[in-house]
Ligand binder design. Sequence first.
Ligand code: FAD
Length: 468
Amino acid sequence: MSENKKVVVIGGGITGLTAAYYLQKECRSQSLPVDVQLIEAGPSLGGKIKTEKREGFTIERGPDSFLERKKSATRLAEEVGLKDSLVPNGTGQSYILVKGRLHKIPQGSFMGIPTKIRPFLFSGLFTPAGKIRAAMDLFIPKKTVEEDQALGLFFKRRLGNQVVENLIEPLLSGIYAGDMDELSLQATFPMFYDLEQRYGSLIKGLRKEYPRRIPKKGEKKPSMFRTLEGGLGSLVDSIENQLESGSVLKNTKVDHIEKKESGYHLLLDDGSVREADSIVIAAPHFSAQRMLSQYDFMAPFKETNATSVANVAMAFDESAIKKDIDGTGFVVSRNSNYRITACTWTHKKWPHSTPDGKVLLRCYVGKPNDQEVVDLSDEEIVELALKDLNKIMNISDRPDFSVVTRWYDAMPQYKVGHKDRLKKVYDQMASELPGVYLAGGSYEGIGLPDCIDQGEAAVKQVLSYLKD
Ligand code: FAD
C-alpha cells in the first residue's frame, strides 16, 4: 500500500492555521490520503494574535478586529463555531490629532479621501487653500504609468499635501506603520489607481463605487469591524481544537528546507528531519529566506524590512478620567509633537472588553523614525503614553494595571516594486521548488482577512499540486 502524501504548514499564525484547517477539511471531505502537519516555532499558536484576560478585561496585545467587508475572516469564525460570538465595533466619533488638537474625521471620507463636500468644507483639519487643492482632484488629469509608484506621492499629486499629512497619512500609518512615500501603491491600495484611471478623479470614483451615506441625526454609523466576544484568541483556540489530533508541533522551528530526489526534507531545530511532498511557508519573509538561504531568488526578502511597534493597554477606574471625550479613539499626525501614534478608547470601541465602571485605553508607539521607543522599559512606555494622553484628556490617577507588548519586525514594508519582486520569487519558486508556497502577512496583504485569503489560496495550490 502506498504511503499517504505529506504536507507541512510552517508557522501557526492565522495564515498557517487557516491553511492547516482547510487542508485537513478538504482532504477529509474528498477522502484524499494526505497527512497535514502544522509546525510552530513558539509555545502557542496564533502568531500576532494574542488575547489576555485580566481582572474582567479582554485585552488584545496584537490585532483587535478585522474588516467585515472582506468576508473570509467572518466566514472562518462561523466555520469553527463562533457565529454567535461575533461582535461589531461601537461606532462613535473617531479623531485625528493634528498640531496638538483633536479634529473629527470628516464624515463621508474613505481612507481620508473626501466623498462628501460639506464635511470637508467645514473641517478644521485644512486651510482654505488645502481644501481647494483637494478639490482639484476633480480636474487634475489622470496619469497612466506602467510601473508602480509611491502611495504618498500618488495621493499628494491628486489631493495635495495637507489632506495627505493631516488625514490620509495618519490613517494609513495605523495599518502599515510605514513611510507613505516609500510604500507601494500597487501592493497596498491598487483600487485607488484603478479609480484614477477609470474616473480621472478619486473623489468621483469613490462617490460612484463606494458611496457613503452620512447617517441622519440620532442614527448610528454602520460598524465596519468585527471581533469576537472572547477576544481574537478564541478564534485561534477554536481552530486549534478542530485540527486533527497529533497534527500540531509547537516549540519547533524549521531551520532549513532541502529539496530531495522526491519531495523535501525539513531540518528542525531539535536536530530531527521531516519529509514533505508539499510545503506552505506561512512564516514572515525573513524567516522564509533563512529556511531557503541556498536559493539566490529569496535574497530580496533580506532587504525587505519590517517596522517594530509596541502598544500599552492601561486599565483605569472611570473616575480617573477627568476629561472624557465622546468617541472611540484617535490617530496622531506626524506633524504633532506626540510620541504615541494612536490611541483606542477600547471600552467604547469594544464595550464587551471592559467591566462596568472601568476604562481601557490602548496606546500605540513605533513610527518608522522612532524605532528606539520599542526598546524602552514598560514603565517608560506607560509614562510617555500618559504624558501624551494628558495633553488632551486629563487623567488624574495611575492605571490599575498596564500591559505592554512589543512586536519586533512585525509590520512588513511593502515598498515600491513589492509586487514585481514577489512575482519573480513566485516564478522561481514554481520552477525550482515545485509544491512549495508562500502565504501570510509578508506577502499579499497584512490584514487578517488578507492573511486568511492567502491561507485559503495556498490550500488550493497544494491540492492541485498533489493531484497532478
Ligand atoms: P504571524 O502571525 O507572524 O505568524 C507567523 C508564525 O510563524 C509565528 O507564530 C512564528 O512563530 C512562526 N514561525 C516563524 N518562523 C518559523 C520557523 N522557522 N519555524 C516554525 N514557525 C515559524 N490586522 C487586522 O486585520 N486587524 C488589526 O486590528 C490588526 N492589528 C494589528 C496590531 C498589531 C500590533 C500588529 C503587529 C499587527 C496587526 N494586524 C492587524 C496585522 C495582522 O495581525 C498580521 O498581519 C497577521 O496576524 C499576520 O499573520 P501571519 O499568520 O501571516 O503571521
